[in-house]
Design a binder for this molecule. Sequence first.
Ligand code: ADP
Length: 303
Amino acid sequence: MKPAMTLGGDSVASLNIPGQGTLAPGRASQAASAASLAGPVAMTDTHAEVAAEKHVLRVSDFCLYYGANKALHGINMDIPVGKVTALIGPSGCGKSTLLRSMNRLNDLIDGVRIEGDMLFNEHSIYDRRVDVIELRKRMGMVFQKSNPFPMSIFENVIYGLRIDGERNKRVLMETCERSLKGAALWDEVKDRLHSSALGLSGGQQQRLCIARAIAADPEVLLMDEPCSALDPIATGKVEDLIYELRGKYSIVIVTHNMQQAARVSDFTAFMYMGRLMEYGPTNTLFLTPHLKQTEAYVTGRFG
Ligand code: ADP
């Protein structure tokens, strides 16, 4: 678990960070009301600390339309290597759309059109020649609701290798063990690898899905509200796991829970109405945000 930040309670009326102070609603006298936030929108305020990071993914002037509805407006954002980046913002602001665009899941939706680009290790992921299946292995996705396949725990984890035609039992077993250990699930399931994955608890199923993503040896893990269907104990385990996985993987997590963003992430990006408003170190974004819109959101005045 991340040691430095402890945020009390689930309400975000104020955020209290030991030794660092409190950002309370009353602090900024000029704070905007939710209604006044819809005014002209400036470019993203990207903090210098983000710009200084080495990046694995570069989002460049990226726009996305669902038919006539423009859901993403010119997003520019670098995803740092080996760090956890949280996407926050009110419902409908485009967090999931942006996340899904990173491994081209939006390709599957009729009427979607994009402008701009995303570069993964400096290569366009929207280039016609990109092998989308391969891309999705390099950028594993973990969804809001865990989606284990109706097969054994073992087969779930090594599913991708089977599809690739891997038959070597030693390779399959080693990958299974490594991935389950990586997802902090090995000790709980090592004696029942050949039992159905559907018999696992919700939290175990979510960690199994993380193990399945890890088995493909990804560089990036994309997580779309991975704890929203879990109870607090299972949430704690998955959050601990996310925190442990940083360094090994570059993680982007969508969350509507600001406490969670503060607990697990190194950097936080605040989105509003399809735009990336402010992007910086998580501590700064929650304690001393640059924009009044960010402050209004993180202090719970709209959402
Ligand atoms: P968030 O994850 O921040 O809640 P979304 O990315 O889900 O936001 O949605 C952003 C906008 O795109 C919303 O206006 C939403 O209604 C719209 N949208 C999302 N998915 C679809 C879809 N499959 N078809 C049409 N519009 C969509």
